[in-house]
Design a protein around this ligand. Structure first.
Ligand SMILES: Cc1cc2nc3c(=O)[nH]c(=O)nc-3n(C[C@H](O)[C@H](O)[C@H](O)COP(=O)(O)OP(=O)(O)OC[C@H]3O[C@@H](n4cnc5c(N)ncnc54)[C@H](O)[C@@H]3O)c2cc1C
Length: 379
């Protein structure tokens, strides 16, 4: 069942559209070239109530439902830009809101909503990605502090972030899942440094970096939630991350399909529109079908999430892997319709093809999603 939108939702959508048209699109090509988004754009987005709209008013939010986050994600996709607003709003800040004590929430959340405090999350390490329980970064108690040592890699928005939630080992329990804790580290803390943004095949404006912790002393009051429960907190919050990721994949698929469809109605070869060759029209028919199936499934899942229903992890995993793989099939076949032009940077399909590739890898790879589903099947 699709979300039923009201006039308030439409107003929110229209103001987002204006924001992108006026404040982002005229400058975005330049930012993309520089691979850097100005801080001022975060503040402007925050001051208009678009960052973390779901946060309670006392922390600077507007107490709105998840459907407002969906609208914000849709409008960014429509504008065809990539700024990690959604990662901050829908994936990282929720940890602070759900797990933080009152002092932590008052310290960080208003800045997160205004755009003064930008966030990142550091789980992945050079030797531990899918196998999250295998991380090696340690946080050892010393007086009132933790001393953190270790390294994180591929951290989105790490470059601009003012604080990062770091997954650390805090104990010697034989079960590695019970040794993990989430600790907030603020930029500028001695012993905490970042690499230059990593060179990637796409998503150039997302400031992806490595993080280094060398005898980094962080007050114990920066621990989020209870010590030793980090792995379970991550597993819980990864559900919304995977829904957001599946939505990103679906929107990308729709965009690439529309590009391929429009081009195949214009481009002529052998005296006829390329879309009229049955090989291509069947391909487009297949893509349209897969997108429709994905939208129906995901809308059902999102409306349950908006209604606050607990969605089984296996169902979220199904959406995450299947829709991200489907979006990559659409990327491949839509680009193919463009022939050589699809390989040229000036054609948006070329950028979309590169950007969508990571969707089957991050937020839990396709293979990891299938292991979750298989476990649920009793395998
Ligand atoms: C652009 C980008 C942004 C990212 N942003 C963040 C971020 O903000 N924060 C963060 O913490 N991380 C981030 N990541 C990291 C991402 O989550 C990991 O890359 C991902 O979890 C996979 O881990 P890995 O790269 O170590 O691959 P590995 O875990 O080494 O996996 C390699 C391959 O083996 C497969 N594999 C692994 N285990 C199994 C298994 N049991 N069965 C079958 N196949 C298996 C995987 O599916 C994959 O295909 C980002 C990555 C990228 C590329």
């Amino acid at each position: 069942m699709a979300i039923e939108y009201t006039e308030e939702h439409d107003m929110f959508r229209q103001s987002l559209r204006k924001f992108y048209e006026k404040e982002v699109l005229p400058y975005y090509a330049e930012w993309e070239k520089e691979r850097q988004i100005p801080r001022s754009i975060w503040k402007s987005y925050g001051s208009q109530g678009f960052l973390c709209p779901w946060l309670p008013e006392k922390y600077g939010g507007a107490d709105l439902g998840f459907e407002y986050s969906v609208i914000a994600i849709e409008e960014m996709s429509r504008a065809d830009v990539g700024i990690p607003f959604s990662l901050h709003s829908n994936i990282i800040v929720p940890y602070i809101e759900a797990l933080g004590n009152e002092e932590q929430k008052e310290r960080w959340l208003p800045g997160c909503a205004s755009g003064d405090i930008l966030t990142a999350i550091g789980m992945t390490e050079p030797d531990a990605g899918s196998d999250l329980a295998g991380i090696k970064t340690t946080a050892v108690k010393d007086g009132d502090d933790y001393i953190i040592n270790g390294q994180k890699v591929f951290i989105t928005n790490g470059w601009d972030s003012d604080l990062v939630i770091v997954a650390c080992k805090t104990g010697n329990n034989e079960k590695p899942h019970r040794n993990m804790s989430l600790i907030v580290v603020e930029t500028g803390t001695p012993g905490y440094t970042k690499s230059e943004p990593l060179r990637k095949m796409g998503r150039h404006t997302e400031g992806t970096v490595e993080l280094f912790f060398e005898d980094c002393r962080v007050p114990q009051k920066n621990l989020l939630g209870e010590e030793g429960k980090g792995f379970y907190y991550l597993m819980d919050k990864l559900q919304q991350e995977r829904i957001v990721s599946a939505l990103g994949s679906l929107l990308a698929a729709e965009k690439m399909f529309n590009e391929g469809l429009a081009y195949s109605k214009e481009r002529v070869a052998f005296g006829q529109k390329i879309g009229s060759f049955q090989a291509n029209s069947f391909k487009l028919a297949e893509m349209a079908t897969e997108i429709e199936i994905a939208r129906t499934f995901l809308e059902d899942l999102i409306s349950d999430h908006v209604a606050g229903k607990k969605i089984p992890a296996a169902r979220v995993s199904m959406a995450k892997w299947w829709i991200s793989e489907m979006a990559n099939r659409v990327a491949y076949h839509s680009l193919q319709l463009f022939g050589g032009y699809g390989y040229m940077e000036e054609y948006p399909i070329s950028k979309h093809y590169q950007n969508v590739r990571v969707e089957t890898i991050f937020a839990g790879s396709t293979e990891i999603m299938k292991t979750i589903i298989a476990k649920d099947l009793g395998l």
